[in-house]
Design a protein around this ligand. Structure first.
Ligand SMILES: Cc1cc2nc3c(=O)[nH]c(=O)nc-3n(C[C@H](O)[C@H](O)[C@H](O)COP(=O)(O)OP(=O)(O)OC[C@H]3O[C@@H](n4cnc5c(N)ncnc54)[C@H](O)[C@@H]3O)c2cc1C
Length: 462
C-alpha cells in the first residue's frame, strides 16, 4: 500500500484555512425561549434557518452549534454540488418513475438556488457550473455508466445523462456519463457565506454550544435550557445513535488530498471545463479542479465508525488518505508528479439506500434531515426548504417530496454493524483494488462482498 505524502488531521482542511474569517458567536449564556431551535451549523442547519427567517421577521430562530459554523463536513467536503439525476436508477427502484422524476426536478432548482443566494448576498463561493462526469475506469464499471444513461433515456430525459465514449482527460477513463446538473463550490466559502447571511437575517447564533435533547422536549445547551416550539436536528453523523433514527445510519470516513496548483497540466490534459469527476466504484474516487488550478482527489473508502462516535478515525486515517493519493496518481497519470499539499477527512452519514430522509418524529415537533451519504452539499439546500415547510406546518411542493417521512431500511445494530460492516468494507475494497490492478479477486472477498446486496444494504457512497 502506498503511503500518504501528507498525513491527514495535522492541519484544518485547506478550504477552511482559505476561507475561515475567524468570526465566532458567543456561546449561549442564559436560558432561552424561541420559536425554533436548530441544532447544527452546517449547510442543513443554516439553509433551514435562512428559509425560516425569509419573509417571517417575527419568527425567533436560534441556531446552536457545538464548534463553529462550517467546522463539520460542510466546511471540508469535496464541493461537488448537484441534484438527483445521477441517482436516477436508485430513485426509480425506491420510489417509482413519477416520484423519482419529481425529486430530480426539485433537484434542478438546487444549483440555481445557490447561484441566486450568492449573487443576492454579493458572495463568491467559487461556484462553477461545469457539469459532472461519472466515468468507468474498469470493465465492470462500464455497466454502471450504461445503467445511468439508460435510466435517463427510459424516463424520457436523455439530456440529463449523456454517454461519452472515451471522454478524454485521462487514458484511464473508458467511458463516462455526463450530468449537466452538476457544479462545484468552495464549501468553506459557501458555509461561511451562509453564516454571514443567517446573522444578517436575524438568526440568533450560538457557537461553542453543544445541545442535547432532554426527555421533556427542552434542550440542554451548554448547561442552559432552551425552550422551543420546534426543534430541528441537523447534526449529520452525530445523530447516528439518536433514538428516533437509530439503526438507519452508518458512519463512514471520507478523505481528500489536494495538490499544489497545476494549471499547465490541466490545460495539457484538457480538464479546463470545471467538471467534477467520479469513478463508478462502490467506494468511489471523486475529483475536481479548483479556481486556482489545484486538483482535489477524494476517496470514500474511509473506516466505518462505532455508533455515532466521531473520533480520530474520521480525521487521522492515513491509509484512506493514501488511497485517495494512489487514486490521484493512477486515475490521472498526468498528475503523477504533482505535489500533494494537504489532506483531511470527515464523517459521512450513510443511509442503507444512500438517499437522505427528512421528517418529523411522530407525536412531536422534532424535525430532522439525515442520511446524505456523502452527497449533502446540494441536497441540504432542498432539505432546508423541506424542514422550513415542516416547521410551518405546510403541505407543499417541498413536504410532498419522496424524501419526506419515508421508510428507510435499517442497518444491523452495534456491535454487529461495526464488525460486519468493517469485514464487508474490507472485502469490497479488496475486490475493487484487485480489478483495478488486473488481479484475480480473492474468493473469500467475493463471498463476503455479496452480503450487503442480499440484505438490501449498500455500503460506500453510491
Ligand atoms: C471528506 C468529505 C468529502 C465530501 N464531499 C462531498 C461532496 O463533494 N459533495 C457532497 O454533496 N457531499 C460531500 N460530503 C458530504 C457533505 O459534506 C455533507 O453531506 C454535508 O456537509 C452535510 O451537511 P450538514 O449540515 O447536514 O452536516 P455538517 O456539516 O456535519 O454539520 C453538522 C454540524 O452539527 C454540529 N453538531 C453535531 N452535534 C451537535 C450537538 N450535539 N450540538 C450542537 N451542534 C452539533 C457539528 O459540529 C457540525 O458543525 C463530503 C463529506 C466529507 C467528510
Amino acid at each position: 500500500m502506498a503511503r500518504a505524502s501528507v498525513l491527514p488531521g495535522e492541519r484544518p482542511a485547506w478550504w477552511l484555512e482559505d476561507a475561515d474569517d475567524g468570526e465566532r458567536s458567543a456561546p449561549l449564556a442564559a436560558d432561552l425561549e424561541v420559536d425554533v431551535a436548530i441544532v447544527g451549523g452546517g449547510f442543513t442547519g443554516l439553509w433551514t434557518a435562512l428559509a425560516l427567517r425569509a419573509g417571517d421577521d417575527a419568527l425567533r430562530v436560534a441556531l446552536l452549534e457545538a464548534e463553529f459554523c462550517g467546522w463539520g463536513p460542510s466546511g471540508r467536503n469535496g464541493g461537488f454540488c448537484h441534484g438527483y439525476w445521477s441517482y436516477l436508477p436508485t430513485l426509480r427502484e425506491l420510489f417509482g418513475d413519477t416520484a423519482a422524476l419529481e425529486l430530480c426536478r426539485a433537484g434542478d432548482r438546487i444549483v440555481p438556488g445557490i447561484r441566486e443566494f450568492l449573487a443576492a448576498r454579493g458572495e463568491d463561493a467559487w461556484l462553477r457550473e461545469g457539469g459532472m462526469l461519472q466515468v468507468s475506469a474498469t470493465p465492470s464499471q462500464d455497466a454502471v455508466v450504461n445503467g445511468h444513461v439508460t435510466a435517463a433515456s427510459d424516463v424520457g430525459h436523455p439530456a440529463e445523462a449523456v454517454l461519452r465514449e472515451r471522454p478524454g482527460i485521462s487514458p484511464r477513463f473508458r467511458r463516462g456519463v455526463f450530468y449537466r446538473d452538476g457544479a462545484t463550490v468552495h464549501p468553506a466559502r459557501l458555509v461561511r457565506a451562509l453564516r454571514r447571511a443567517a446573522l444578517a437575517d436575524g438568526v440568533e447564533l450560538y457557537e461553542g454550544t453543544r445541545a442535547r435533547l432532554r426527555p421533556d422536549g427542552t434542550l440542554d445547551a451548554g448547561g442552559r435550557t432552551v425552550h422551543a416550539r420546534d426543534v430541528v436536528v441537523a447534526t449529520n453523523a452525530a445523530a447516528a445513535e439518536w433514538r428516533p433514527v437509530r439503526g438507519r445510519l452508518t458512519v463512514f470516513g471520507s478523505y481528500v488530498v489536494l495538490t499544489e496548483p497545476v494549471p499547465d497540466v490541466l490545460a495539457e490534459i484538457g480538464w479546463t471545463g470545471g467538471e467534477g469527476i467520479y469513478d463508478s466504484r462502490m467506494f468511489l474516487h471523486y475529483f475536481r479542479t479548483t479556481e486556482d488550478g489545484r486538483v482535489l482527489m477524494g476517496s470514500g473508502s474511509g473506516p466505518i465508525g462505532r455508533g455515532a462516535r466521531i473520533d480520530r478515525r474520521f480525521t487521522h486515517d492515513a491509509p484512506t488518505a493514501a488511497r485517495a493519493e494512489e487514486g490521484l496518481r493512477r486515475l490521472l497519470p498526468a498528475l503523477a508528479e504533482a505535489r500533494v499539499e494537504s489532506a483531511w477527512g470527515g464523517p459521512i452519514d450513510v443511509s442503507a439506500d444512500h438517499v437522505p430522509f427528512i421528517g418529523t418524529v411522530p407525536g412531536t415537533r422534532l424535525r430532522y434531515a439525515l442520511g446524505f451519504s456523502g452527497h449533502g452539499v446540494g441536497p441540504s439546500w432542498l432539505a432546508g426548504r423541506v424542514l422550513a415547510s415542516l416547521v410551518r406546518g405546510l403541505d407543499d411542493e417541498w413536504t410532498r417530496l419522496p424524501l419526506v417521512d419515508r421508510r428507510v431500511a435499517t442497518v444491523p445494530r452495534e456491535p454487529f454493524r461495526h464488525l460486519g460492516g468493517a469485514a464487508i468494507r474490507a472485502a469490497i475494497l479488496a475486490l475493487e483494488e484487485a480489478e483495478e490492478h488486473g488481479r484475480r479477486p480473492p474468493r473469500a472477498a467475493q463471498a463476503v462482498a455479496a452480503v450487503p446486496r442480499l440484505l438490501g444494504i449498500r455500503l460506500g457512497q453510491r
